[in-house]
Design a protein around this ligand. Structure first.
Ligand SMILES: [Zn+2]
Length: 305
C-alpha cells in the first residue's frame, strides 16, 4: 500500500511537471466575459503566468464583474488592451486600473488614443459622463478627472507579448468601418481571431451616427478580405459583440449578407417603421433592435430621404 502511494505520488508530480511545462511554453487560454449592458465581449488571455484583457465594457458596474473574473484567475494582469475608441469597450478602464494598479492600459495606435479622448470629450459636453463621473476627462476645471493622456499607452509594436510566453498579433491596417480605427488580434497558439467590432454575432450591426455609406462599404470589404485571408487557417472567431462561443469564419459571410440586406431595405423602404419591420422580420432572433438597429435605420433613412 505504501509502495502504491509512492508510485501514485511520483505519477502525480510528473503530471504537475508536464502541465507547468506546457504553460512555460506559452500555452494560451482565453476566458470570455459576456457583457450584458451592450452585448460587448471582454477576452482574458492567460498563459498560466500572466494575463491580458481585451476590452473592458461599457459601464463601471460591468467592469466590477469583469474584475472579479480576472481576480479569480489569481495571476497578474499585465495589460488592458482597448481595441478601438468606442465607449462600450473602454468605460470600464478606470475601475480596472484601480483594481489592478500594475496593469498598463494600451492601444495599438495614436489614432485610437485620440478617438478615445475625442469620444470622452464629446460625452462630457453632453453630460453623458454624469453617469460615469470617474471617466470625466482631467482638465483645469476638473483636475481630479481621468488622465487619458498619461494613462493610455500607445504600443510601438504590432505584437503584444504575454509575460511567460505567447503573444497577440495586432492588426490595425484597416480603413474606417464600424469605428474609425479598428484593431483585430490573432493568437497563433489557439488559432483564434479576435475581430473586435468587425464581428457582430446575432446582434444588429451598429451603423448609426458616424458609420457613413463609405464606412459601411469599407466594413463589407474588410469582412470579405478577412474571409479570404483566414480561409486556410479557419480560426475560431471571437466577435466584439454577441454570442462568442462556437463561431467560425462563416460569420463574415453572414455579416456581408446582413449589410447587403440593410442597404437594400433602406433604399426601398417608404418609412423608418417599414425599414425596422423588414429588418426585424429578416433577423427575428438578433438582439438590440431597439437600440442598434433603430439608430442605424434613423441615421441612414434620414440621409437618403
Ligand atoms: Zn462595440
Amino acid at each position: 500500500m505504501q509502495k502504491l502511494r509512492a508510485v501514485t505520488l511520483v505519477i502525480a508530480s510528473l503530471f504537475i511537471c508536464i502541465s507547468s511545462q506546457v504553460h512555460a511554453a506559452g500555452k494560451i487560454e482565453v476566458d470570455i466575459y459576456k457583457g450584458e449592458v451592450a452585448t460587448v465581449n471582454s477576452y482574458i488571455f492567460s498563459n498560466g503566468e500572466s494575463l491580458i484583457v481585451m476590452d473592458v465594457q461599457r459601464a463601471t458596474s460591468e467592469a466590477k464583474k469583469l474584475a472579479e473574473v480576472i481576480r479569480a484567475k489569481n495571476l497578474p494582469l499585465e495589460y488592458i488592451l482597448i481595441s478601438h475608441g468606442h465607449p462600450d469597450h473602454y468605460i470600464g478602464m478606470n475601475w480596472l486600473m484601480k483594481e489592478f494598479p500594475d496593469a498598463k492600459i494600451v492601444v495599438a495606435s495614436e489614432d485610437i488614443k485620440k478617438d478615445i479622448i475625442g469620444f470622452s470629450t464629446y460625452m462630457e459636453s453632453i453630460n453623458w459622463l454624469d453617469a460615469e463621473p470617474t471617466l470625466k476627462p482631467k482638465s483645469k476645471k476638473n483636475p481630479n478627472g481621468f488622465d487619458y493622456v498619461a494613462n493610455i499607452n500607445v504600443l510601438d509594436d504590432n505584437t503584444l507579448e504575454l509575460k511567460g510566453g505567447g503573444s497577440l498579433k495586432i492588426e490595425t491596417t484597416y480603413a474606417p468601418a464600424e469605428s474609425d480605427h479598428p484593431t483585430t488580434v490573432y493568437v497563433e497558439e489557439i488559432n483564434g481571431l479576435f475581430t473586435s467590432d468587425f464581428g457582430y454575432n446575432k446582434v444588429h450591426l451598429w451603423m448609426g451616427a458616424g458609420v457613413t455609406d463609405a464606412h459601411i462599404a469599407n466594413w463589407r470589404k474588410a469582412l470579405v478580405d478577412l474571409q479570404i485571408k483566414y480561409a486556410n487557417l479557419s480560426p475560431t472567431v471571437y466577435p466584439g459583440h454577441g454570442e462568442p462561443n462556437n463561431v467560425d469564419v462563416g460569420l463574415f459571410a453572414t455579416m456581408v449578407k446582413y449589410i447587403d440586406n440593410f442597404n437594400r431595405v433602406i433604399a426601398n423602404a417608404d418609412s423608418k417603421e417599414e425599414a425596422m419591420l423588414k429588418m426585424e422580420k429578416l433577423y427575428p432572433d438578433y438582439a438590440e433592435a431597439d437600440f442598434l438597429l433603430k439608430n442605424s435605420v434613423d441615421f441612414h433613412f434620414d440621409k437618403t430621404n
